[in-house]
Design a protein around this ligand. Structure first.
Ligand code: PNS
Length: 169
């Protein structure tokens, strides 16, 4: 059988991108020939950063990572996966609770498109406590997030907090 390049999609809100996400994308890039980091508007969440801002941060972070592309989409994930010719969707899970959130989505995606499998990866040791939600909470309350997100994201978060403080003053 001829070798065809294996493509995975890492979808998410990435609001904002954390070191946990970066680890996940690097792990996916080690397993697949090509990886698309696919950002979207999650209808169930009110984002801190616009899609364009999140995309710009992701492009800055993954600019030099071979085989990794950043894109944005709306609509069904499986439709996007089909359009891009992806073989798998990769999601990070840190806990049983994460798997409870992920499993129905993975099953629904399999129901909609049986050819696209979901692959779950565990984060590196030391990154398992990081989530976008907690990063936003800590940053919003003035805590340090530099060890939790890439420098490009930390800079944007600091800018955003400064602007919010100016508006409140
Ligand atoms: O980072 P998030 O917000 O937890 O990611 C959620 C995501 C992107 C995986 C999920 O909201 C999604 O796949 N949305 C696309 C719309 C879709 O296909 N919905 C049906 C999937 S069950």
């Amino acid at each position: 059988m001829p070798h065809s390049s294996r493509l995975a999609i890492v979808p998410g809100s990435f609001d904002p991108l954390t070191n946990g996400h970066v680890d996940l994308v690097h792990r996916a890039a080690g397993l697949f020939d090509r990886v698309i980091v696919a950002l979207l508007v999650n209808a169930g969440k009110q984002p801190l950063f616009s899609l364009a801002e999140r995309e710009a941060m992701a492009r800055a972070v993954f600019a030099d990572v071979p085989g990794v592309e950043v894109d944005a989409f709306d609509g069904l994930l499986v439709e996007y996966a089909r359009r891009r010719g992806a073989h798998a969707v990769v999601r990070g899970v840190q806990s049983a609770a994460d798997l409870d959130y992920e499993a129905p989505m993975a099953r629904m995606n399999r129901h909609l498109a049986s050819s696209v499998d979901t692959v779950f990866l565990l984060p590196s040791e030391g990154l398992g406590f990081i989530s976008s939600r907690l990063v936003k909470e800590v940053a919003g309350l003035g805590g340090a997030i530099d060890a939790l997100v890439p420098p490009a994201v930390a800079a944007r978060m600091a800018e955003r907090s400064a602007r919010t403080r100016t508006l409140k003053a």
